[in-house]
Every structure is written in C-alpha cells, then in structure tokens.
Design a protein around this ligand. Structure first.
Ligand SMILES: *Cc1c(COP(=O)(O)O)cnc(C)c1O
Length: 379
C-alpha cells in the first residue's frame, strides 16, 4: 500500500458493534473479563487502549515498521529508548540536538551512569572515533534543529551495525512522508507527534516505531512499566491529523521552498539554512534520503544583533511567536532564547545557534501572505 492510503486506512477499521467509520474514543481505564484471563485483548488502558492501539498500528505502518508505541510526549518516547540501556553504556548523539533531548540526556540520564557524546555527525568519522565497547546507541536527529544539518542515516547505520549498537533516528522534522529511517537501516524511529503528525497544534504526544521483535518487547515493557502513555482523546485527534499528513507536508514543502528563495535574496539576511538549496553542505545526502525538503527554515541577520532578531519576531502578524512547529499555522521562534535556552551559550554558538538566528515553521497558509508578512517585519 502506498503512503496516502496507509495514512488514511492503516490500523483503522469500522467499529464492529455500530459500523462507525471513525475509531471511537475508548474513554475507559479497564475492560470487563468473561473469566480470569479471558478478555478481548484489552485489560487495562496503561497497557493497551483500543484508540491508542489503532494509532500505534497506523504510525507503525506509515514508518514502514511492524511495531509502534505512543507516549505522553516526544520526550517520554526518547526516555523509553534510553531506558533500554544500562549504567556504563555510552550514547553518541548529534551536537545540535533538540534542546529538550539534550536536557534529558545531560540532566536526567547522566546521573544514572549513562555517558553521552555530542558530536558533529555530518562527518561520519567523528562518530566512528567515539565508538568503543560500551557504545550501545547512536542517536540521530536529521534534519537537525534548528541548523537544518542533514546526517547520512545509512552511514550511521553502517557504523552502528559494526559497533553492535542500536541506531535511533528522531524523524520529527522530516516526517514519514519525506523520510523513513527504518528503510535506511535504523533500528528505531522516534517522533514528537506533537509536531507534523498531529499537525494542528492541539496535542502533545510521542511515538516509537521498530521492526525487531526483541526491541519491540523492551519498548512495550518499558511503556507499560513506566506508564508515560497517551490518552484516548489525544490518540483520536492524531488519527484524524495523520489522515491529511501527505497533503499538509506537500504544501509545507512548497511554501518552504518559496520562503527560502525569498529569504536568500533579502538584503537584511545573512545566511539561510534550508536543505533544498544546492549550496547546502549536505544537499546531496538530503536528496538521497529525503523525498522533499520540508517547511523548516532558519536564518541569521546581517550584523548578528540580538535586538534585530527580537524585533522581527515581534513585528510579524501572520507568523505566531511560539515554541513548537509542524502545525498548519506558521510559527516563528528565536532558538537562543526559546527552544535552546537550556544549552549553554558557548555550546550553542559552536553549532551556529547565534543571537540573530530565527527559525520558521512554515505553515500551509498562502505563501504570498507569508512573504508579505516577513517583508513588513524585516522592513
Ligand atoms: C519537540 C521535539 C521533541 C520533543 O517532543 P515533545 O513532544 O515536545 O516532548 C523531540 N525532538 C524534536 C526534533 C522536537 O522538535
């Protein structure tokens, strides 16, 4: 089955008792058993709930995986992956990582004896040089947030296999419509469902998808044991959101391209980070592993002044100043003071998150209106 058909139908069946075409919101914590151990597959909603179950099957299908699990947030999904490790294990991760992932690794898991290396993964040799006998996980985010670097997933899979480590890819920015890490050799794919999968800025949720039965067992064991599951109502909303994922992402890509081309010609703008430019340092890798370049764009302003960036994010009218991304509406953000404020200045500046950096999550409004809005804000 092709993507658009799977997005609409995978995991979803008309309700057997009523014929309802949409998966009901099974707002229930428990399920009546005919006799001890004799139930219909559901015992308790932390373990499994029918609405969540439909969504888990749907997300697994659009990522070309066999097993899906949904969590109360993207970070809860990441937390589950790290809990597959043991004290003494080491993780090699991207250096310009989503700020919340960095905080989870550094301030929560380091004190449980897991060691994290943050490296520039654009050069696979940087990753290889950190591999040792304790390396158990390679954590990739691509495109990276907010610098839009592209990491070669196949190259990372080769390194992970040789090291006997798992490869997990945070596929939040690309979405399964543009990139499928499991097909490129990853063991686990992770999503902040909050973003493009939900797509309407009304749910916080995370997901993991894998193909390996042993990894799946661990994933479900940790999901049930730690209990960071997602609610039936939220599962319903995301099932609805995913039905239009392919249409939305197509428009995000079209608008992203138009805005990137507008920004790159603007006299007040210094650098534009968007993987669709042939001049982007990893454009060839993006072409190899992605089917489009998405609607996430970052740029810096000439002079690199904090106050210039703060003025632009204040003056926009259609773009909303907010954290998050991936919704139908366009958002603008200032990583240094917002999403990446928890990363020390010296660390973030090394990766390019300078004071004038602005990040756009280009929505699916009319591109002309978005360009007009940026034109007046940059004024
Ligand atoms: C938002 C985000 C996360 C965290 O997800 P939450 O749903 O906010 O917990 C992780 N990775 C990336 C790339 C994100 O954008």
């Amino acid at each position: 089955m092709k993507f658009a058909t799977k997005a609409i139908h995978a995991g979803v069946h008309p309700d057997e008792s009523t014929g309802a075409i949409m998966t009901p919101i099974y707002q229930t914590s428990t399920y009546v058993q005919d006799g001890v151990g004799n139930h219909k597959g559901y015992e308790y909603s932390r373990t499994l709930n029918p609405t969540r179950h439909a969504l888990e099957k749907n997300i697994a299908a659009i990522e070309n995986g066999n097993f899906g699990a949904c969590f109360g947030s993207g970070l809860a999904a990441i937390d589950c992956v790290i809990k597959m490790l043991n004290p003494g294990d080491e993780v090699i991760s991207t250096n310009d990582l989503y700020g919340g992932s960095y905080r989870l690794f550094k301030t929560i898991f380091e004190k449980y004896g897991i060691k994290f290396h943050f490296v520039d993964m654009q050069h696979p040799t940087n990753v290889e040089s950190h591999v040792n006998a304790d390396t158990k996980l390679i954590w990739v985010e691509t495109p990276t947030n907010p610098m839009m670097n592209i990491i070669d997933i196949e190259a990372m899979a080769t390194i992970a296999k040789k090291a006997g480590a798992m490869l997990c890819v945070d596929n939040t920015f690309a979405t399964p419509y543009l990139q499928n890490p499991l097909d490129l050799g990853a063991d686990i794919v992770m999503h902040s469902v909050t973003k493009y999968l939900g797509g309407h800025s009304d749910v916080v949720m995370g997901a993991l998808v894998c193909n390996d039965e042993e990894i799946a067992k661990e994933m479900y064991r940790i999901q049930n044991s730690t209990g960071a599951v997602t609610a039936p109502m939220d599962s319903f909303l995301v099932l609805r959101g995913i039905k239009t994922l392919h249409l939305r992402v197509q428009r995000h890509c079209e608008n992203g391209e138009k805005l990137a081309n507008f920004l790159v010609k603007h006299p007040k703008i210094d650098k534009v980070y968007w993987p669709g430019f042939p001049t982007h340092p990893n454009h060839d890798v993006a072409c190899k592993q992605m089917r489009g370049f998405g609607g996430m764009i970052s740029f810096t302003m000439k002079g690199n002044l904090l106050e210039d960036a703060l003025e632009v994010v204040k003056k926009v009218e259609i773009f909303a100043l907010a954290e998050s991304l991936g919704g139908v509406e366009s958002l603008i953000g200032h990583p240094a003071t917002m999403t990446h404020a928890s990363i020390p200045k010296e660390v973030r500046e090394k990766t390019g998150v300078v004071d004038s950096l602005i990040r756009l999550s280009v929505g699916i409004e009319d591109a002309d209106d978005l360009i007009a809005d940026l034109t007046q804000a940059l004024g």
